[in-house]
Design a protein around this ligand. Structure first.
Ligand SMILES: Cc1ncc(COP(=O)(O)O)c(C=O)c1O
Length: 432
């Protein structure tokens, strides 16, 4: 067993300081058991915990670190920015520079507003949709996560177009009533909900590559249908690209599928590992945002210069020719090597990917498009796999519903080491 002495002591202290000992729930290792590892440092594709254990990291801070840890160009940009002061609450040149870099290379948005997290981005995008349409209700999908915004913390309703129930205490019933929750990849459910709430749907919000409840790859026809019905009904189509943005390509899922959403929300990669989110749209739609328009939205640390510098350094690297092709090639190599082993052994296991996002499914289904298609019981395999991987120096996010990420810092040699660990860990997970 890896030595967790220091992590255990730190977790004991942390439990006195924070609810559940953490500042974000999934970090607590509740679903896989055991003490969470306290990370001391990261470099390239590796992280080290406080006990000195070394891991090849496939969590990558849940997605932001597409270049891996401690990338020299990001580090230098951050240090340079910090030396000029960390925050002014006044405009800086760096905001223009990051925005220009994005807008010149992203054909799906014309104007952008920086915020400090993905949650803020999704929340603000929804307010914008309501402000533009003058309507109240929103449609979201089962298994899609859009941050911890009250109206979006709504789980699956069982029937079509039923009102959701809140999945968090503290969310007023009145907010939940404004959120219609539907199954993914189901045109009929969307049509019925729109017919039922005729002329009061402001927005359809979707992760176009749903990656928060497994990786639920949608039929492109479903996404195209959403585009068409939104256009027909005057509904704002919101692509939450907090994970997929700058990940499956510089233009995210919109570019991948060639579908123009009305509003897009970003986070994670856009900030180079610092807290940045953003939302963007056409000039016309963005003209509704304060101070140009009546939709209020503000932030003390929005467009923070240190975070802008990190985002600019990271996105500049993403624009290097062949960057995304190389990531995809590595991810498919990694996936196929693991799948070959699982198939040879006859394990009930599959692995899905979109670009450099991957997910391990303990299922023999060839496609999983809805959260209801995931067997909760299969998570027992993930728990065993996760523990066995830690023992072999591989770190995955501590939940079988979460996806993993390949970064530019993973070399083929690193992936070969990880593949060997996966083979052994799968053998343990499927033993007896
Ligand atoms: C699709 C999506 N939207 C929104 C969020 C919320 O972002 P943040 O955690 O930065 O608030 C997340 C976080 O994982 C996400 O995956």
């Amino acid at each position: 067993m890896i030595n967790r002495t220091k992590s255990k002591a730190l977790f004991e202290t942390a439990q006195k300081l924070f609810p559940g000992g953490v500042n974000s729930p999934v970090r607590a290792f509740k679903s896989v058991g055991g003490t969470p590892l306290f990370i001391a440092k990261g470099d390239g594709c590796r992280i080290w915990d406080e006990d000195g254990n070394e891991f090849i990291d496939f969590c990558n801070s849940w997605g932001p670190l597409i270049l891996g840890h401690n990338h020299p160009k990001i580090r230098e940009a951050v240090i340079e920015a910090v030396c000029n002061g960390t925050s002014f609450g006044a405009p800086t040149k760096l905001e223009n520079e990051l925005a220009s870099l994005i807008l010149e290379n992203h054909s799906y948005i014309e104007k952008i507003r920086f915020v400090s997290s993905g949650t803020e981005a999704a929340m603000s995008a929804i307010r914008l949709a309501r402000g533009v349409t003058g309507r109240d209700k929103i449609i979201k999908f089962e298994g899609c996560y859009h941050g911890h915004v009250d109206a979006l913390l709504v789980q699956a309703g069982s029937g079509l177009a039923t009102y959701g129930t809140s999945s968090s205490a503290g969310v007023p019933e009145a907010y939940v009533k404004e959120t219609v929750v539907l199954p993914l990849n189901d045109r009929e459910a969307v049509e019925k909900a729109i017919a039922l709430h005729k002329d009061n749907i402001a927005c359809i919000a979707i992760e176009p590559i749903p990656a928060n409840n497994g990786l639920l790859i949608q039929d492109i026809d479903f996404l195209r249908f959403l585009r068409e019905i939104c256009t027909r009904e005057g509904i704002i189509l919101l692509f939450d690209e907090v994970i997929s943005g700058f990940r499956v390509g510089f233009e995210g899922a919109a570019g991948y599928y060639g579908i123009q959403p009305d509003v897009m929300a970003f986070g994670k990669i856009i900030g180079g590992g610092l807290p940045v989110g953003a939302y963007g749209s056409s000039k016309e739609v963005m003209s509704h945002v304060s101070p140009e328009g009546p939709v209020y939205q503000a932030g003390t640390l929005s467009g923070n210069p240190v975070a802008m510098a990190a985002g600019k350094a990271q996105l500049s690297e993403c624009l290097t020719p062949g960057f995304y092709e190389a990531l995809l090639e590595k991810t498919e190599y990694f996936k196929n090597a693991i799948l070959d082993h699982a198939k040879a052994k006859g394990y009930t296991f599959n692995m899905f990917n979109r670009g450099s996002i991957f997910w391990l499914a303990f299922s023999d289904k060839v496609a999983i498009r809805k959260s209801s298609e995931i067997d909760a019981d299969s998570m027992k395999y993930f728990t065993k796999l996760h523990a066995a991987l830690l023992e072999r120096g591989v770190y995955l996010g501590p939940s079988g519903y979460e996806v993993g990420f390949i970064s530019a810092a993973h070399s083929m040699a690193d992936l070969d080491i990880a593949v060997q660990a996966f083979k052994e860990a799968l053998d343990i997970a499927f033993a007896d």
